[in-house]
Design a protein around this ligand. Sequence first.
Ligand code: B12
Ligand code: SF4
Length: 497
Amino acid sequence: MTLKVLLANAPNPTANRNASNYACYPHIGIIQLATAMRDELGDRVDVRVVDGGISNTEFVQQAVRSFAPDLVGISALTPTYSEALKIAETAKTCGAKVVLGDDHAIFFPEMILRNRPQVDYVIANDGGDIPFVELVRALLNGTSMSEVSSLAYRRDGRVHLNPAPKYALSLRNTIPDLSFIDDVIDVYADNYRTQFGHLHGHQVRPVTVNNARGCENGYKRCTYCSIADLTVNTGDPRGFWKMIDQYNREHGINLFFEVYDSFTASPRYVDALIDATPPYLKRRIDEGELQVMVYARALGLTKRNNVDKLRRLGVTRANIGLDAADPEMLEAQRKNKTTGETNLEAIRMLNKAGISVHASYIAGAPGERPETLDRTIAGIRQMLGEVELSSVEFSRFIPLPNSPAWDLLVDYERPNFFKSSAEVDSYLTALGITVTREDREEMFARFGEQDLLDIDELGAFWADNFTHISETYALERISEVDEMVSAHNVRTGNNVG
Ligand code: B12
Ligand code: SF4
């Protein structure tokens, strides 16, 4: 028996598609799952990969109808979950089983199964390859779901959730096979070039790669950070270079966006990557033929000669969450000793090393006031005058699940990122925010115990209750900054989270 499997990335609902970087890189997670499955199960599976990010929900639904798969796996983030459900509905109508994965599914596995009959399984692990292959094997062999790692499933009218071990990338990190998306690699490249082509001296072909996860701020995490797991988990440095070499030779990829949550999280890994660089790739890096792009924390960049190390690794673009230029807001965002000066210093160092910077800022952090926003905007103006930025993304604050903001909004009684409700109280009091018991009950009724969250409603409710500005005011100031940024010939964009 051959199992037909379609893996899809759910797109943003149309209104949210203005994030910069959107649709510029393939969703590497689902390609990794497709590769792991084909490597383990060979011709027992027939696999297709469809990215709603470069199409839309209807396109994915049509792909499901025409392929008629036995199993549809959908990647769902909080903002894309509504679309994931529509795709799941279509898959169910076509007689397929449906499994969800990725962050939103990881946060609410049991609730999703209780509320959504169109979903059969959820894999709640951000290391998805092993559990997914186990699920497909169980479906092929007709064996019990109780043995499938990290799986939420229904049995005898009840929802069960199997244990979710942490998988070390050093032991296994499948290199996603880009042949699964050969037909659309150019679409990402075209989108990327339209937005950022001018930053590179030659025609770039970008892709995301991921050989390490985690962040040095993980023990405290930024107020808005919704990433499932931030403990540092690094892969084999030789695997990183093998992937670069393979992608370049087989697919002409020459820009590698390593989506490690913070590239400066593990000094040992950075050194090991430098040591493991094969000389023939080092030469091509030095000649600018192979380029790398990373996320990094400003504070981390100012230490340990890290900027120079990035340059040696071929990094030509860095994405930094600067968040604010106001000290009170940086504190409220839990940026952990990062100051406006640290941010400026990091960018100066990157500029000197010839690394271009994508900077992101957020309007509407807890306790935001017109004056704090003024200071942040003045800081952005100063940056634009003093340093080179390739793009500036100024976004409104959206509280997402599994973030400290979610503790403030929903998980007040049992916070995950604050020590206790008392700590939440003193954090909010210091920001001049008062939340009554009735407010808390209303918030819980609206957003607690809900798997489908309306991003716009979350944004408006957040601004009204956790800041001293209205959402409309935040949006006005954002468009003011967008104009200022564009006037400097720098790209803009707005994101969520
Ligand atoms: C790179 C990145 C982007 C890039 C590239 C996106 C892309 N299409 O590839 C850009 C900048 C474009 C982007 C856009 C968005 N992103 Co983004 N992104 C990331 C980042 C940094 C890394 C993701 C990644 O590629 N990881 C590497 C791969 C290998 O891992 P993975 O995706 O986690 O996949 C593994 C598992 O999750 C699992 N898995 C994944 N999918 C599936 C599906 C099934 C069926 C199964 C079983 C398992 C499974 O198995 C995979 C292999 O182990 C994460 C942060 C993070 N650490 O997760 C944020 C993150 C995922 N993004 C986030 C958000 C909100 C978005 C946007 C919605 C923002 C916006 N409004 O536009 C969009 C949506 C884009 C889309 N749907 O395609 C949030 C999600 C939070 C949440 N609560 O859901 C995160 C966590 C960041 C944050 N704010 O905290 N993103
Ligand atoms: S938002 Fe970035 S810097 Fe902050 S905790 Fe998350 S990964 Fe780390």
